[in-house]
Ligand binder design. Structure first.
Ligand SMILES: C[S@@+](CC[C@H](N)C(=O)[O-])C[C@H]1O[C@@H](n2cnc3c(N)ncnc32)[C@H](O)[C@@H]1O
Length: 248
């Protein structure tokens, strides 16, 4: 049961909102990369963005980290079939205890994963891994309104009460020692095409198999509720891509 939350997303193209177009758009904002840059993709999941980064940046090397080995195995397979496997190394590790020397990476990448340890905590603890002037590119849940509806507010209060507006989130990044190079919202297609649409199909398949397993049933119901809330309230919240650069 402990692993059901991970199993639920196995084999899906993504484990959070995002798209190859958004990954490329953020990458193209990195104007001062060294030759053969070293990337660290934190909470990579099955690695759709990892493979897209490797395709988009032919001289970069990427270390991809996740706690769930089946996701890393999936990534290894898709990287090999995309012909970029030799430039991607997977490491099973936790994002709150990353086993790398200081200043090892030119770019940290974290799509939909920093919430696991919290935005401010992730920014503070990962900063040491970046070379001087290195970039941190990530997506984070944000409010697009200062007056969310009671339904959306109740949902986020339950699952991620730390969610803030874009200006508040930018301010946290600046206080943590980063320059905000750019930010942009993920479009609705980045929620539906490679994330919610395959997830809806998976939930339909899982429903009959979890009957009587209260923990698993609750997780399936929560995912269904998350999708229903997004369908109704997408104008009020979303994911913002933040392209940050280490200062000092
Ligand atoms: C919302 S998913 C995002 C995955 C992928 N980046 C994407 O955008 O599709 C969050 C990922 O963080 C991973 N994760 C959860 N806890 C973690 C931890 N403590 N350390 C590293 N990864 C973790 C999960 O296994 C999952 O793959």
């Amino acid at each position: 049961m402990d692993n059901f939350i991970f199993t639920m997303f196995e084999g899906l193209p993504r484990q959070g909102p995002g798209s190859n177009a958004c990954t490329r758009k953020a990458f193209l904002m990195l104007s001062a990369l060294p030759a053969r840059p070293e990337f660290l993709d934190i909470g990579c999941g099955t690695g759709m963005q990892t493979v897209e980064l490797a395709r988009t940046c032919p001289d970069c090397r990427i270390t991809a980290v996740d706690v769930h080995q089946p996701y890393l195995d999936d990534l290894t397979r898709s990287a090999a079939s995309a012909g970029v496997g030799e430039r991607i190394t997977t490491v099973r590790a936790s994002m709150d205890d990353l086993p790398f020397e200081g200043e090892t990476f030119d770019v940290l990448w974290a799509e939909g994963s920093i919430f696991v340890i919290g935005f401010a905590e992730g920014l503070a603890s990962w900063r040491r891994l970046l070379s001087p002037g290195g970039y941190l590119c990530l997506t984070e849940a944000v409010w697009f309104t200062e007056n969310p509806s009671p339904e959306a507010a109740a949902f986020w209060n339950e699952c991620y009460p730390a969610i803030k507006t874009v200006p508040e989130t930018r301010a946290i990044a600046e206080d943590a020692g980063y320059e905000v190079v750019a930010t942009f919202p993920l479009p609705a297609s980045a929620w539906w095409d490679d994330y919610y649409t395959p997830l809806i199909k998976r939930l339909e398949e899982l429903r009959p198999t979890v009957a009587g397993n209260l923990g698993a049933e609750a997780l399936v119901e929560f995912a269904e509720r998350e999708i229903a809330i997004y369908r109704e309230h997408a104008a009020e919240y979303g994911y913002e891509f933040f392209v940050l650069r280490k200062k000092g």
